[in-house]
Design a protein around this ligand. Structure first.
Ligand code: ATP
Ligand code: ZN
Ligand code: MG
Length: 504
């Protein structure tokens, strides 16, 4: 951000004329020299800050030409000046009616390699000889809202993102299960194909969506029971029901609003539920048997998206509250509905879906409690995988999505805040699949949703998402679909798999 330059031209509109007498003008002159100039340098190192390159008066208008470095950015200078000028003009019973921004240019060093196409509030971008100039399209309200500062932060983020590109995501092996029969799995087929053949599942009408028959549903429920008996009950969890339609406000607070767009499933509400408003749509369908998408688009409003990460909408329950320290750690889980992600080309079988089922586990406490609890969870999970599901897996430390997105990768190096992914190999393809995660999210959610602790200590949280389809994909890929190949413990929980349908 060194060598950055700000060039701002603004017109201050006043309630009456500024140049109707010489005394007023000369006092304005003194004001500019004695009050305004030093004001624009306040707080900056010697020789730095903003300066008035020129000014002029015509009638009720005062034209200002400001220029600055990074210390007192020109828009901050203008905001400072407006206050001071208001005080000065009040002596003459003159008010400030408004400020018009004629132009605002920001120039900085910029690497050729990082391409920028369009930026919000920027009408033109010029990039040459390692310098980037932004021609801003802003009004005074946008300056007050600190839009230029956020734009510069956005550019910093793009730089960080560009420096990440090509490098593989941070991934570090933490744990690997070991047993004798490693590499000699009992099954080498794609479990999705096998299940389709046996009529256990059928592709649903939507993309990445399946209908699960009685047998696999029995297996999902067995997973849930194991999770509850082996992990959640012993660790003191209680069940809740989290919302599954997520309004924008939640994603603004959770940080998802920064980048979720390519993967979200959007939810729209009708602009009105007046049947007359919708009559044309209904009539069109009745006459053509086609759903008129364009006509519908005009009549709906996006209100948010479908559940993506499961825990964010829960936080509204605690929003704005102060918690007594004595109720910590809080331990709750949700298994009340589907999650939805637009997974593009990566769809495969029941491994990568647009609609999936997950148990989400959330714990909240002091920093020490949250970190310790994550370790206890991992220990309990391990026992399930080794003894009941009988699978081979590994655990890896990965850079959490929100840190990568928010350019905070450095923080993750402390290994206090971050994610452990559980991955298992699928013998039929030789590929590793993440089937669940355990994340320590630091103070991100309590901060985002303004939740405080009575003692004033920092409040932390963690979450863990257990994907039922992913557990099934892993367990069936390694052990096959024949219950005889499963552990006795698992068979006891599933019982005999139900046979309901037969097809002719
Ligand atoms: P991947 O890298 O495989 O896309 P992710 O990092 O996007 O996974 P998370 O955001 O950590 O996954 O989600 C937590 C858990 O939710 C995953 O461990 C997995 O069990 C489940 N999950 C996520 N996306 C899907 C999906 N598209 N289909 C099925 N399960 C999923
Ligand atoms: Zn979560
Ligand atoms: Mg993903």
């Amino acid at each position: 951000m060194d060598d950055i330059q700000f060039q701002l031209k603004a017109v201050v509109k006043c309630s009456s004329s500024l140049d109707d007498n010489d005394i007023k003008l000369s006092e304005l002159n003194d004001f500019m020299r004695e009050s305004a100039e030093p004001l624009l340098k306040r707080g900056a190192p010697p020789g730095c800050g903003a300066e008035i390159e020129g000014w002029g008066v015509s009638g009720e208008q005062l034209k200002l030409d400001l220029r600055s470095d990074r210390f007192v950015r020109a828009h901050d200078a203008l905001i400072r000046l407006k206050k001071e000028l208001g005080r000065f003009l009040a002596k003459y019973r003159i008010g400030i009616r408004g400020i018009e921004i004629e132009s605002y240019e920001i120039t900085m060093n910029w690497e050729e390699g990082i391409k920028l196409r369009r930026l919000p509030f920027v009408k033109e971008l010029k990039h040459s000889d390692g310098r980037l100039t932004l021609y801003l399209d802003v009004d005074y309200a946008a300056l007050e809202k600190r839009i230029p500062d956020r734009l510069l932060r956005l550019l910093e983020e793009k730089k960080t993102a560009a420096s990440w590109k090509g490098k593989s995501e941070h991934w570090e092996l933490l744990f690997e299960s070991r047993s004798e029969r490693k590499k000699s799995f009992r099954f080498d087929k794609d479990p999705t194909e096998e299940m389709v053949k046996r009529g256990w599942i059928r592709h649903a009408a939507g993309r990445g969506q399946w209908i699960y028959g009685p047998q696999i549903t029995r297996i999902f429920r067995a997973f849930e029971r194991i999770l509850i008996e082996e992990v959640l009950k012993p660790l003191g969890y209680e069940e809740m029901v989290f919302p599954k339609l997520v309004p924008w406000e939640v994603w603004k607070r959770s940080g998802h609003a920064r980048g979720i767009y390519p993967e979200a499933y959007y939810v729209c509400a009708p602009k009105t539920r007046d049947p007359e408003y919708w009559e044309e749509v209904m009539d069109y369908y009745k006459v053509t048997n086609e759903v008129p998408l364009e006509m519908i688009k005009e009549r709906i409003e996006p209100v948010g998206g479908m559940c993506y990460a499961q825990c964010p909408p829960f936080w509204i329950f605690l929003m704005g509250k102060t918690l007594p320290d004595s109720i910590l750690p809080i331990r709750v889980f949700d298994r009340s509905g589907t999650s939805h992600r637009y997974e593009s080309g990566g769809l495969h079988g029941i491994e990568r879906l647009d609609e999936f089922h997950r148990v989400e586990i959330v714990w909240i406490g002091t920093k020490e409690q949250v970190i310790e609890h994550a370790n206890e969870l991992r220990e309990r999970y391990r026992r399930i995988f080794a003894e009941i599901l009988d699978i081979e897996w590994r655990e890896a430390w990965v850079t959490p999505w929100f840190m990568a997105q928010e350019g905070k990768a450095g923080l993750a190096e402390l290994k206090e805040v971050g994610t452990v992914d559980f991955e298992a190999i699928l013998p039929y393809s030789g590929k590793w699949l993440e089937f669940q995660n355990v994340s320590v999210n630091g103070d991100k959610y309590p901060k985002g949703f303004s939740v405080k602790l009575q003692s004033g200590k920092e409040l932390w949280s963690g979450c863990s998402g257990v994907g039922l389809e992913r557990w099934a994909a892993v367990m069936l890929a390694q052990n096959g679909l024949e219950p005889e190949q499963w552990t006795e413990g698992f068979r006891r929980i599933t019982g005999e798999l139900p046979e309901v349908f037969r097809f002719l």
